[in-house]
Design a protein around this ligand. Sequence first.
Ligand SMILES: Cc1ncc(COP(=O)(O)O)c(C=O)c1O
Length: 455
Amino acid sequence: MPNSPDPAPPSPQPDPPPPPRDRLGDHELAAETAYQLVHDESMLDGNARLNLATFVTTWMDGQADRLYAEAFAKNAIDKDEYPQTAAIEQSCWRILADLWHAPDPEGAIGTSTTGSSEACMLGGLALKRRWQHRRRSQGKKADKPNLVMSSAVQVRWEKFCNYWDVEPRRVPISLDHKALDGAGLDRHVDENTIGVVAIMGVTYTGMYEPVAQIAAELDRLQERTGLDVPIHVDGASGAMVAPFCQPDLVWDFRLPRVASINTSGHKYGLVYPGVGWAVWRDRSLLPADLVFRVHYLGGDMPTFALNFSRPGAQILLQYYLFRRLGRAGYARVLGAALDVSRRLAAAIGQMGPFELWNDGSDIPVFAWSLRHDPARQWSLYDLSDRLRMAGWQVPAYPMPADLEDLTVQRIVVRNGLTSDLADRFIDALAAAVQHLDRLTGPIPRSPGRPVGFRH
Ligand SMILES: Cc1ncc(COP(=O)(O)O)c(C=O)c1O
């Protein structure tokens, strides 16, 4: 029998058209293909260890990763299905109420949030609602609320004022008053002031605002005018540093004027992104008409967050760290970050061209500017670009209103920036400066290049 002819070689399968990026494709992809596609594309993101711009945690230990994988399906709002996660959430904010010296932690009230942004909104809303109730009960108008804060607040507070129709009253920072310190407060506070925001760890520079000094100024104002103005402490970063590293600093509920405090679990709380906390000194400070009761998931559930569904895993991760690290562990981890930050600040201060704004000893964050030198052909923006070429993200940006002509650069030291890695950074910085100093003309600037960094 004649051999049957070889079968014709399969005609090559044409590659399926690449799935579109900005609209849904018409066909399915194999899971492995889709995985590889997303994996490869996200490789173009930066290297988290070399990111000295962000405050947010990018590393947790293996046990935390295991817990995360076990819990990623839990929905924090579904307290009926996940009552234990709800109980753990309560333990977490009680731990914080105790850590921040609430006079009676059992009588405090708190909640988890997606981060400080949401927690600040809740703190601000409670201030506004309490002020409205008081004004209306006195038969007074309650339509022109204002909130007093430093000009260097995080963009969050501008959003709060914009979204909830509150007039922002910014007390300008200056070279003499590098943070809100009580000076000039009386020119900004009046009967329509719902509260004063004090920041523990100013985003621009890492400095603490002296909350006790601000409270004392408000005490004097009350004696003179009768106005009783509460403080909300935005402790996005510092409320998880000060209790461990500066335990004698009085900034929290030890000051009777401090009504509420927020922090980001995902900053120096050391948890992956997605968790924040808001705590009120006692229940009377959170107006009952801000709390909703929800029945449709079964059970009777009080809720006063802005979001409804959100991941519950980060709450468990926060609890894991509270249990695992305790006071000693947080003091060790954050103390090490402060050591690195102080060393880095000292090294940068000694390099010559830079002037330190602060020394990195409040939270492990500091900023510097360039000394004036008419012969210099480069700016901190050029330095930031040059460092990025070596993999380091170190933002440069203008200071806020009234100081906007001053450009600074900032480093945020997080868990994982070891002193070894910090030495490598100083080498990279010195090499970048050396390169820029050799320039014989200014670097051309592309039009429309953003000069700044969103805080
Ligand atoms: C002082 C301050 N408040 C609020 C926020 C917002 O925090 P989150 O990113 O947790 O929403 C930040 C973030 O950097 C901050 O520094």
